[in-house]
Design a protein around this ligand. Structure first.
Ligand code: LAC
Ligand code: ZN
Length: 477
């Protein structure tokens, strides 16, 4: 089969950029429009391995009106617009790969409302997720989704990517907490989608299409999030195992026993080594794999009882040891290294490709065995950790420039094995730039075509975040 033709998207011309700069500055003021290359540089990258792409212009919006103005000017000059939260994305979704305008939402960071009676909050997209969590917790409420980047990511980015996190095991991902959004479409139309109520099935779930659309359909300017009561008690334990295989079998037994901890985080020995090096003494020596088990509940007794039940199942299935955090300080000493594990692994090797595959939970042990075989075959180091309770594994291929080809082949084979086991190639980071060539492994050509049609409905002129999600080469039917 001959290769499908590559889609060509050109950078906007120098004259189009100059005109856009002038119009944007006139309309929005110099303080909102950045053009100095040094100032633009941080907007050229994110936390993915997607590379660096310099934008021509960065606009820092203060309102939905600003976003509308950006689209108007961008459409007139055919200058691409790439929206950006706080740049913690792991799949390159916020990278301006064809230049143009980066539309940063960092300054729209107000918490507009916390309604305890209706258990919801209304926020602007640039709010740091941790700040939103802290604010609602003060009112006795709880926003469960907890991407590990929570101190440096924004709620708008979380919604755009439908972010997950450790607690998704019990509470679900971002989607489950988005009641409504206000968006500005590339056509300039501003719309309120969704609702303020728990239930609501009027019309299509258009808000639901925006969630997880990775900044390719519209720009989110306000979010209404559902909240739940804050759990009274939390219990955390470190459960060590001799091997990854033993740990992965034990966790399927915990879930099989009908126990739903709020986290079942798995770390393999490579991930553990990296953590131990960075934060000595916090994680048990000698373990070949580890599970971070956490429960919560309406009372200390209930949370502890559930922890004990889960820990006993682990001990019945090969756990070596269970260490229970005695207080909040000890709990944070466990979570802090886990939260920064992705960054720690990046620092531990010259290069890293990190994936976020998901397999049906019963297939976790088999997926881990296949991953190890792939790593051995291609002679690359692989560190695997993640939200194993959800079947969501971060497979990190660590390599150097000389083994780039082998690393890429290993990643492709991990994706293939994932799909072969009935899984999906992205559980929480999105497809963006980094995984766009892999989407056809999982989805048939007509489904990709249908999604491109949907994109064209929202963005008929193709101005918003071009080159993302879909393969750069057309997919042959
Ligand atoms: C984590 C990020 C990489 O779980 O999703 O650490
Ligand atoms: Zn994760």
């Amino acid at each position: 089969v001959p290769a499908a033709p590559r889609e060509t998207i050109e950078r906007p011309s120098a004259s189009a950029i100059e005109r856009a700069k002038k119009k944007l500055t006139d309309r929005l003021g110099e303080h909102r429009v950045l053009v100095d290359p040094e100032v633009l540089e941080p907007y050229s990258r994110d936390y993915s391995h997607g590379g660096r792409f310099m934008p021509d212009i960065v606009v820092r919006a203060d309102s939905a009106d600003d976003v509308q103005a950006v689209f108007e000017i961008a459409r007139e000059g055919r200058v691409w617009v790439t929206p950006r939260g706080l740049g913690s994305g792991k799949s390159g979704g916020a990278l301006p790969i064809h230049g143009g305008i980066v539309l940063s939402m960092e300054r729209m960071s107000r918490i507009k409302e916390i309604d305890a009676a209706d258990m919801l909050t209304v926020v602007e997209p640039g709010v740091i997720t941790q700040d939103m969590m802290n604010a609602v917790e003060k009112e006795g409420l709880f926003y469960p989704p907890d991407p590990n980047s929570l101190t440096m990511c924004s709620i708008g980015g979380n919604v755009a990517c439908n972010a997950g996190g450790p607690r998704a095991l019990k509470y679900g991902v971002t989607r489950a907490y988005v009641l409504g959004v206000e968006v500005v479409l590339p056509t300039g139309q501003k719309m309120r989608l969704g609702r303020r109520t728990i239930k609501g099935v009027t019309g299509y779930d258009v808000a639901g299409i925006i969630v997880g659309s990775e900044g390719t359909l519209g720009v989110i300017t306000e979010i209404t999030c559902r909240l739940v009561p804050r759990p009274i008690a939390v219990e955390t334990a470190l459960v060590s195992f001799a091997s990854l295989d033993a740990a992965s079998v034990a966790l399927t037994k915990v879930l099989g026993a009908g126990i739903v901890p709020r986290t079942l985080e798995l770390l393999d020995h490579q991930a553990l080594d990296a953590v131990r090096k960075k934060t000595p003494g916090r994680f048990p020596e000698g373990a070949g794999a580890l599970i971070i088990l956490e429960t919560d509940g309406a009372s200390k007794e209930r949370a502890f009882e559930e922890l004990e039940r889960a820990a006993s199942v682990c001990l019945e299935h090969g756990a070596l040891d269970v260490l229970v955090a005695q207080d909040e300080v000890q709990r944070q000493r466990i979570w802090e290294p886990r939260r920064v594990l992705s960054v720690t692994l990046t620092e531990s090797a010259p290069k890293k490709m990190s994936e976020d595959i998901v397999v049906p939970r019963s297939k976790i042990p088999e997926m881990l065995r296949r991953t190890q075989r792939i790593a051995d075959r291609h002679r690359v180091r692989v560190a695997t950790y993640g939200h194993a309770g959800d079947g969501n594994l971060h497979v990190n291929v660590l390599y150097d420039a000389s083994s780039e080809d082998r690393a890429e082949r290993a990643v492709a084979e991990v994706m293939e094995a994932t799909v072969a086991l009935g899984g999906t190639i992205s559980g929480e980071h999105g497809i963006g730039l980094c995984k766009r060539e892999f989407i056809a492994l999982e989805q048939p050509a007509p489904l990709i075509a249908l999604q491109k049609q949907l994109k064209a409905v929202f963005d008929p002129e193709g101005i918003l975040n071009p080159g993302k999600i879909f393969p750069s080469r057309g997919v042959r039917e």
